[in-house]
Design a protein around this ligand. Sequence first.
Ligand code: GLU
Length: 296
Amino acid sequence: MLAIRFARYPAQAMDATPEITRFAPSPTGYLHLGHARAALFAWRRARATGGRFLLRIEDIDTTRCRPEFEAALLEDLRWLGVDWDGTPRRQSAHFAEYRKVLDGLAARGLVYPCFCTRADIAREVAAAGAAPQGPDGPLYPGLCRDLPGAEATRRIAAGQPYALRLHMARACEAVPGPLQAHEENEGWHTCRQEVFGDVVLGRKDVPASYHLCVTHDDALQGVTLVTRGEDLKPATDLHRLLQALMGWPAPRYAHHPLMRDSAGRRLAKRDGAESLRALRERGVSAAEVRTMAEAG
Ligand code: GLU
């Protein structure tokens, strides 16, 4: 009886797992077609599966993010026809949560304070001849890794600014066996998180970092499918490490190609990519923008 009744529904709807996806822009400028592509990609997956689409404002860089860009991006998404579930989460309102994660990692000896300036690191790298490159740039040469605890405490008490770095070697030992990540259309791969070296998890200015906040929030918000531009694909291996260290669930990943201009360069705010509002002002419709953003 049941089988007969269920057979009336399309197989797709029966089989699709409701996905929880998110669009996570940083309000440092106006949205352009690259953002529209990322937002539509995540939104369609949630809507097609009867899941949830979340909006997260990644504004931990309080010097570069501006409230007017946040207001503008909400307006631009509405105009584009992208609706979100619940209230957008604004990361700058949650520094206490990120600090708690850092405190927990510090108590386990998995992060250490680093007092180095950019100049200190550059000098050390130059003296060494060359530094191995990681996905986020040259690997940290480890100047503060073995600083005696008393010395670190003295410098902190003296008010010297410091970042918190992941002790990569210890972190790799703290997780059981090789980690795996699932990429849509590719399947599982074994993570090589060690290529990041001792990354900064807590910045000098705020007790947070992109890698920490994104993994924390994806877990907190129950994101099942992380969708984002392929430029962030290498970060997945580090994110799996943080999830394993914290006991957070592993989402699946789907990275999409970036929007490129006619010269093949990726669209970027700093290169003056035309904003969605500029397109709108010159009479391009939302439907046309959706087509442009999803083509190719
Ligand atoms: N906030 C990031 C960006 O604007 C996206 C982060 C992510 O999707 O993981 O590029």
